[in-house]
Design a protein around this ligand. Structure first.
Ligand code: ATP
Length: 588
């Protein structure tokens, strides 16, 4: 297949923000693809060569890409850099400089999909001290035979920032339309939720239709999208929502880990599908040693404990394990324990469709408990009083709250979904009007006075998965210490874009726009209806969205979350309702 056809399809996608139109463009295109090509096209559309959890990124720095553009187009480095400062996107620079004068010579080769994949693989695997030069030359080689449009997308793929707006959900819609029926959409999504591999789902449905999709199973080595919890404002409501009886577990304040114990190796994935195994080698080894079977997938929370007292430490402590270097020291200095709370697979048996209590007893059967491999503390409660008592115990044990879990027959593990089978209740709910928010940075305003020349405040957004768009909720200027203010450009500038990101609705115009990527934890005093913000636009009042007042950064960068995993508009709406209900309580 010609890469030009793929680039044209990307361009058509980019020129619309209407989800239905994007779905139609993709479905039309997918129908004519062969299964192998389709798999690669899916990864490329996300700026990758492999599924997210693969762990290897193309990740070429902008400056290196600029060198390849300068080299291919015969333009001075300084001129290319000047254009990049203006455009904020190497893809836009490449489009202006590459393929304009006809570069095709006798030595040109057609730019096929195969050639692009081979070239990108060379970039990905280049090693040694001259690896940067090699990457630059491999890219230049592809750019040499590119037209402007192909160049735009090649440069975006190698930097991992595609910006074509086609989300995973839109791609799943398009696959269902192209190769199955509307009714099969749920099965297609389930196949993705249990494999986290969009390319695999696409290739399977293209090759074997919906039957193939239904045969896709939980597999060791393919992370499963995590199940998430709803929230309610009081233990009483939690117990009654669960039908008067439920399990309640301690809610540990650590890092969620999904552990795949294979025949030959153990892998630990974060909820964002990063490979955390190098950060928790002791936990990987302990789980292997204490597991009585051959293969398993389990979930638990990794929590730092005080080396002397054994007390649980706050989340900040376990983040010391997320460093890249000096892991041997970190393992000694920051002892970690895993509190297991779920079992999703064991020796050939998919446990995700088994009710919660059976999954939990399977965990206790298959694992020996030790100092660093423990079960989460759990009790079955039958009343608000029993729930309150357990909650107090959890707080005394230094947990942040409790997780209630349904014990009904349908309490299966719902991969990738947030629902009332699990409900969280945190200490913070008693102290603040709202839970904390995880919001995505989409813009920055230059500071004044002490903050002159730096980013002084950030424009923050929440995500609406129903319409697949981000909407702003607040301008955040409080809670930044000097180190964070100084580090902001390094954290954010890789996502700078010259215009409002296509997936964002905003009324406020910041000095600098960012593609949604970085997620920060924010606390606030109140959720209000705001004419200045666009999240949940029109849900409560025409032409107004939901805003959050007096927001303050807690100091926690949620690097375990993707932008789409930030607090959703629907969750903020629920919190707004919780807050309204709370104030009615106070007034009475
Ligand atoms: P969410 O995961 O719901 O989007 P979040 O990451 O901000 O939000 P919380 O809202 O505080 O975290 O709670 C959910 C998280 O709690 C889980 O993802 C998991 O990491 C953690 N957790 C701690 N203890 C448990 C437990 N016993 N059962 C399930 N999850 C637990």
């Amino acid at each position: 297949m010609d890469f030009t056809d793929i680039a044209k399809m990307f361009d058509r996608l980019e020129s619309t923000s209407a989800r239905l139109e994007m779905t139609a463009i993709l479905a039309d295109f997918f129908k004519d693809c062969n299964p192998d090509d389709l798999r690669s096209i899916i990864y490329l559309s996300q700026g990758k060569l492999h599924p997210d959890f693969y762990g290897v990124e193309l990740g070429m720095a902008d400056k290196l890409v600029l060198r390849a553009i300068a080299f291919t187009s015969g333009t001075k480095d300084s001129k290319v850099e000047e254009m990049w400062v203006k455009e904020g996107d190497p893809g836009a620079v490449a489009e202006k400089l590459i393929g304009t004068k006809k570069q095709m010579t006798l030595f040109s080769e057609p730019l096929t999909l195969d050639r692009v994949v081979k070239g990108l693989t060379l970039i990905e695997t280049a090693e040694g001290k001259d690896s940067q030069d090699k990457k630059m030359k491999h890219l230049a080689n592809l750019l040499h035979d590119s037209g402007p449009l192909e160049a735009r997308y090649l440069c975006r793929i190698v930097t991992g920032r595609m910006r074509i707006g086609a989300s995973t959900m839109t791609i799943l819609d398009a696959l269902s339309i192209a190769f199955a029926t509307k009714e099969d959409r749920e099965s297609v999504e389930r196949a993705f939720n249990v494999t986290c591999d969009l390319g695999l789902v696409a290739e399977t449905i293209c090759r074997s239709g919906i039957d193939g999709i239904q045969r896709i199973q939980v597999t060791i080595g393919n992370p499963i999208k995590v199940m998430l919890a709803e929230r309610l404002p009081s233990i009483g409501e939690v117990v009654s929502k669960m039908g008067g009886e439920c399990a309640i577990e301690y809610k540990y304040d650590g890092i969620r880990a999904q552990v795949h114990i294979g025949k030959d190796s153990v892998k630990i994935y974060s909820r964002r599908l990063e490979d955390l195994t190098p950060n928790f080698p002791d936990i990987a080894q302990a789980l292997r040693e204490h597991f009585k079977g051959t293969e398993a997938i389990i979930e638990g929370e990794c929590v730092a404990v005080d080396a002397e007292t054994g007390y649980m430490q706050s989340f900040q402590e376990v983040t010391h394990r997320r460093r890249k270097h000096g892991m041997d020291d970190a393992v000694k200095e920051v002892p970690v324990r895993i509190f297991m709370f779920d079992m999703l697979y064991v020796d050939g048996k998919d446990m995700t469709t088994t009710p919660y209590l059976q999954r939990r007893s399977a965990l206790t059967e298959w694992f020996d408990i030790s100092d660093n491999v423990q079960m989460s503390t759990m009790r079955i409660v039958h009343s608000e009083d029993e729930g309150e008592e357990f909650f107090e115990e959890a707080i005394t044990a230094r947990c942040e709250g409790v997780m209630a879990k349904s014990i009904s027959d349908d309490s299966i593990y719902r991969a990738g979904s947030r629902g009332f089978l699990w409900i969280k209740y945190k200490k913070d709910y008693q102290e603040n009007l709202t839970d904390s928010f995880d919001l995505s940075v989409v813009g920055a305003f230059y500071g004044m006075g002490k903050r002159a020349g730096k980013y002084g405040a950030l424009l923050m957004a929440s995500y609406d998965p129903e319409i697949e768009r981000f909407g702003t909720v607040c301008k955040l200027g409080t809670g930044f210490d000097d180190a964070f203010l100084d580090g902001m450009p390094a954290l954010l500038d890789g996502y700078k874009t010259s215009k409002r990101p296509s997936s964002l609705d905003a009324k406020m115009i910041p000095d600098v726009w960012f593609e949604p990527h970085v997620v920060l934890e924010v606390v606030a005093a109140e959720i209000t209806v705001s004419p200045n913000h666009t999240a949940g636009m029109g849900m409560i009042k025409d032409d107004s969205g939901l805003g959050i007042r007096f927001p303050r950064f807690t100091g926690r960068v949620r690097d375990d979350k993707d932008a789409e995993q930030c607090t959703t508009v629907q969750e903020i709406m629920e919190m707004y309702e919780m807050q309204a209900h709370d104030s009615t309580g106070i007034d009475e």
